[in-house]
Write a protein that binds this ligand. Structure first.
Ligand code: UDP
Length: 313
């Protein structure tokens, strides 16, 4: 049986990846320090003999006994309010954490896939974003701790590939949503859903003309699975190119939930104005493109938030 280590296993994406690899017949070793993860996301896996879990911070030396075929490094705070709250941990997990896991991959002769991000493109001057765009990042802005850690992560991962011949994969993840997002992580989708469910005003930052392109989590997981098993060591964008303004997105949430109104607030510093992936590379080399449209995806996500958002707040 193949064995895979998934860091950030109790997080939104990590927990969905654990489910997918279990379903594919792998043994899964989950690892998380639980600073932004939630054990509820993986509670159902503990009864399985194929699943084990380490409560550990990957910024410190990582030891996993036994063989490993694959490592997926998904541990990191992933929302702008988390970077502001825990900036040093955000920098450490992307840099020191990645270094530790590359070392582990080398010693186990395992293939490693690291979770990079559309944030490597910063506030992009090129639209839509293609993998050969180098980005427009403010290193000392509020997002710098995440963006630069992820850019370093890509650099050290490529260095291990070229210098040590390590089998590496880099996925650049664009805005992803679905069940198990943390209700209070501050990102636009959990914010809008919890506000609408509670009959509060939806808080649009800026005038709502900035855009994002939202990918449903199952599509993302499929793309990552294919990339891991591919022979491509260069970065690949995985995301849904269906772009929408935040203002229009707020209206979609209001229409679905049938509740709430809108208020406007200052735009956070360095908030990217437009973001949309070019996914030609994923289409060409992985035969991948998203299959769940936003109407269906937000309907499924709404079912989840209805269960977890407290009503009496
Ligand atoms: N946003 C908003 N209201 C909120 C939270 C976020 O208008 O309550 C905006 C935010 O300014 C950004 C977009 O929604 O333009 C997406 O923000 P998010 O934090 O989800 O992710 P980002 O793509 O900026 O990392």
């Amino acid at each position: 049986m193949k064995r895979v280590l998934i860091t950030g296993a109790a997080g939104f994406l990590g927990s969905h990846l654990c489910d997918r690899f279990i379903a594919e017949g792998y043994r899964v070793v989950g690892m998380d320090n639980l600073i932004t993860g939630n054990m509820d996301n993986i509670e159902h896996l503990f009864e399985l003999e194929q699943f084990e879990f380490y409560h550990h911070d990957v910024s410190k030396f990582v030891h996993v006994p036994g063989h490993l075929d694959y490592i997926l490094h998904f541990a990191s705070p992933a929302s702008p309010i988390d970077y502001l709250r825990i900036p040093i941990q955000t920098l450490k997990v992307g840099s020191l954490g990645t270094h530790n896991l590359l070392g582990l991959a080398k010693s186990k002769q395992a293939r490693i896939l690291v979770a990079s991000t559309s944030e490597v493109y910063g506030d992009p001057l090129v639209h839509p974003q293609k993998e050969d765009y180098w980005g427009n990042v403010n290193p000392i802005g509020p997002r710098g701790v995440y963006d630069e850690a992820k850019r370093f992560q890509e650099a050290i991962t490529m260095a291990y590939h070229t210098y040590h011949g390590l089998e590496t994969r880099i996925v650049r993840i664009f805005n992803t949503y679905g069940p198990r997002m943390r209700v209070d992580d501050g990102r636009v989708l959990p914010a809008f859903f919890s506000q609408a469910i509670q009959g509060k005003e939806l808080t649009i930052f800026g005038d709502g003309s900035q855009t994002r392109s939202f990918c449903y989590v199952d599509d993302l997981v499929e793309g990552i699975y294919r990339l891991l098993l591919s022979d491509c060591h260069m970065p690949v964008n995985i995301g849904n190119p269906d772009e929408i303004t935040i203002g229009d997105f707020a209206q979609e949430v209001l229409d679905l939930v049938g509740n709430g109104s809108i208020s406007y607030h200052p735009l956070p510093e360095n908030d990217p104005k437009r973001r949309r992936p070019n996914i030609d590379k994923a289409k060409d080399i992985l035969g991948w493109s998203p299959s769940i449209d936003r109407a269906e995806g937000i309907r499924r996500t709404y079912e989840y938030f209805k269960k977890v958002v407290p009503l009496n707040n």
